[in-house]
Design a protein around this ligand. Structure first.
Ligand code: GTR
Length: 329
């Protein structure tokens, strides 16, 4: 490229930066962020909020554009693209990381958390930091954890009132071997499948149902095709915001600190949005005529999970992590 042309492009580029700073539009560096959920969903809004903080704190130099509704692909594929640096930021469940990063399995174990409060205490403390740090060896930077409520089974066939009722039924799970074993331990059959395929798979009878939290059961429309929802709350899986290490390495240490802080500061906002959305989605789904089984004895479900722990918590490191989580008050 000739020097003149290079210079010309540089002038054009800086003119664009000035124009954008003045108009308050696109920042100099727009980080592309992926989310499977639709616009307005708490995770999508939380990352937009982080983008606003970033723009304010960098005087418009760095911003975020959220590609919601799986525009950039299903979670498993977008995780790979984030590792390659094609996507800068990604908000995903920890589930699809279970087969890649063993530490994520521990906080994805069924019934590992006694409550959402317990999950917050663990993820906001040293165990959460260890898990965030584990991402770096996989070309990702763990920035912050978000809420994903608790996940329960729903299906198109019948109300589930006990473990026995699940026998032989077919459920979709996230693409994690541990979740396949979890469903197997309950006597049902698991089909790992991308989120975006679940609606039609239930509709056509390929599967009987799936499992998720109130907001996802709502926004995916799954409640329209699977109206029996049993609040067994087998999983409280944290969600995570990760950044591509490739994109991260391009930032100055100062900007890295600003990005990390903006991500952390989006968490309380996310938790508020989440709590409000859970209530709204529950009301909407109940009003739509879903049959919700709420008073269920969870003890047999918890007991059935022993083989999952035995198979997936094998190393001393993971055993120690489980013990520390259980000891967290
Ligand atoms: C949602 C979660 C998504 C995705 C989805 C799924 O609750 O927010 O990130 O993991 O569940 O079941 O695939």
């Amino acid at each position: 490229m000739s020097i003149l042309r290079k210079f010309g492009l540089a002038v054009l580029a800086s003119a664009a930066i000035v124009a954008s700073a003045v108009s308050g539009q696109a920042a100099e560096l727009m980080l592309r962020s992926s989310d499977t959920h639709p616009d307005g969903y708490p995770t999508v809004e939380a990352v937009k909020y982080m983008g606003k903080l970033l723009e304010e704190r960098t005087k418009g130099r760095i911003g975020i554009e959220v590609f919601h509704s799986a525009q950039l692909g299903e979670e498993k594929d977008t995780i790979e693209q984030t590792q390659f640096g094609v996507i800068d930021l990604n908000r995903v469940s920890l589930g699809p990381f279970n087969n890649i990063i063993e530490e994520t399995q521990v906080v994805s174990l069924p019934y590992i958390f006694r409550s959402v409060d317990h999950m917050h205490k663990v993820m906001d403390g040293p165990i959460g930091d260890e898990i965030l740090a584990a991402f770096e060896a996989h070309d990702l930077i763990g920035l912050a954890f978000y809420d994903g409520g608790s996940r329960s089974f729903y299906n198109s066939e019948k109300p589930i009132k006990s473990v026995d009722d699940l026998k032989g039924m077919k459920f979709r799970v996230m693409q994690s071997d541990m979740f396949v074993d979890m469903v197997g331990a309950l006597g049902a059959n698991a089909t790992p499948m991308p989120y975006g395929e679940v609606y039609s798979a239930i509709q056509t009878g390929v599967i009987d149902g799936a499992e998720n939290n109130w907001p996802s059961y709502d926004s995916s429309g799954h409640f329209e095709v699977a109206k029996y929802y049993t609040l067994d709350e087998h999983l409280i899986v944290p969600e995570i915001l990760v950044m591509s290490k490739k994109s991260w390495d391009k930032l100055s240490p100062e900007d890295q600190a600003v990005v990390r802080q903006a991500a952390k500061d989006s968490v309380p906002h996310m938790r508020e949005l989440w709590a409000a959305q859970e209530k709204k989605s529950e009301e909407k789904i109940r009003a739509a005529g879903a049959e919700v089984v709420a008073d269920i004895d969870k003890t047999p479900f918890i007991e059935a999970m022993k083989p999952v722990y035995e198979k997936h918590v094998t190393s001393e490191k993971l055993k120690d992590m489980v013990a520390r989580i259980q000891a967290t008050k």
